[in-house]
Design a binder for this molecule. Structure first.
Ligand SMILES: *Cc1c(COP(=O)(O)O)cnc(C)c1O
Length: 371
């Protein structure tokens, strides 16, 4: 099946009890045991498994072309399960430009738990190779990155990491559908389903998809129900509903973002635009090779720094000043002040999550805010 057909049908089935076309939401926390003591219908207690969670896991796993998936209550909860599946003394290689929350989780929680880590710029393959150690067990790739939209060559990094016997995780939150990490060598895919999968800024979730069902994935599965950071049935239902329109939304997000990036790159008050769809972007060629379109996220730098950037954000009307991304509504964010101390975001940078409004309205809004 093609991706649009998979998105509509994967994880969905007509409810055998009622014929309902849309899945019922199973709020029950506990399930009946058979007279002889077994659970022939497959469900026992909702932390272990739940019909809506199972549908979501089957759906996203099929969409990514994986063998299995484990859903969590947030993207960060899903990331945490991957790190918890490692052992003290193991070494992790992470992209220096990984999502701020992921780097912070590694530094503030997992360093204390005895994980070793190196942050390297994975767009520099030499640097990635040099940072490998005998105890490197896992590499964390993320592309396009946040908020500078740096591009990592997934296939090239995976090859280097596999030679060292480690596994590759790709945080694919920013480019679902557009990028197929399993085809490029990733062993695990992470999504914050809070973003494009949910698609409407109204549900929090995360998922780990595994290319094969191996021991490492079994550890993640056991952390899911022993740790208990599971999503609610309604959250699972909302995320799976979001997935049905995901390929078409991603296409429209990308189309709009390309137009906005084009406009900004020609604006006299803008010094830089970070969007991999622009030919001038340093990662454009690799992005064109590994992405079908360039996604809905971009950032730009205003010429006069922090105050000028804050003033654009203050004058904007259609964009909402808010963090997060991937919803139908466009958002604008001054990333440096959200990340706070230790941020590497330029002070004049604004990050845009381009929504599904008409691109002409978004451009007009940016134009008036830039003044
Ligand atoms: C938002 C985000 C996360 C974290 O997900 P939450 O659902 O907020 O916990 C991880 N990675 C990326 C790239 C994100 O954008």
């Amino acid at each position: 099946m093609k991706i649009e057909t998979l998105a509509v049908h994967a994880g969905h089935a007509i409810d055998p009890a009622t014929g309902a076309v849309s899945s019922p939401i199973h709020l029950s926390t506990t399930f009946e045991r058979d007279t002889e003591g077994t659970y022939s219908r497959g469900f026992m207690y909702t932390r272990n498994n739940n019909p809506n969670r199972q549908e979501l896991e089957h759906g996203i796993s099929a969409l990514e072309g994986g063998a299995a998936a484990a859903a969590f209550a947030s993207g960060t909860g899903a990331s945490m399960s991957i790190f918890q599946a490692l052992a003290p003394g193991d070494h992790i290689l992470a992209h220096v430009d990984a999502y701020y929350g992921t780097s912070r989780l590694l530094r503030e929680v997992f360093q204390r738990w005895g994980l070793d880590m190196s942050f390297v710029d994975m767009s520099d393959l030499r640097a990635a190779e040099k940072a490998l150690r005998p105890k490197t067990k896992l590499a964390w790739m993320e592309t396009p990155s946040n908020p500078l939209l740096k591009i990592v060559d997934l296939a090239a990094v995976a090859k280097i990491v596999h030679t060292a016997g480690a596994i590759c995780v790709c945080d694919n939150t920013w480019a679902p559908i557009l990028q197929r990490p399993f085809d490029l060598g990733a062993d695990l895919i992470l999504h914050s389903t809070t973003k494009y999968f949910g698609g409407h800024c109204d549900v929090l979730g995360g998922i780990v998809v595994s290319k094969v069902e191996n021991d490492f994935f079994q550890r993640i599965r056991s952390i899911q129900y022993e740790g208990g950071a599971v999503p609610s049935p309604f959250d699972c239902w909302l995320i799976l509903r979001g997935m049905r329109t995901l390929p078409w939304r991603m296409r429209a997000h990308s189309e709009n973002a390309m137009k906005v990036a084009d406009f900004l790159s020609r604006h006299r008050k803008v010094s830089r635009v970070h969007y991999p769809g622009l030919k001038a972007h340093p990662g454009h060629e690799i992005a064109a090779k590994q992405m079908s379109t360039f996604g809905g996220m971009l950032s730009f730098e205003v010429k006069d720094g922090r105050d000028a950037a804050m003033s654009v954000a203050a004058k904007i009307k259609i964009f909402t000043r808010a963090t997060s991304l991937g919803g139908v509504e466009s958002l604008i964010e001054h990333r440096a002040s959200i990340e706070g101390a230790g941020t590497t975001s330029p002070e004049g940078l604004l990050r845009l999550s381009i929504g599904l409004e008409n691109a002409e309205d978004l451009i007009e809004d940016l134009d008036q805010a830039l003044g």
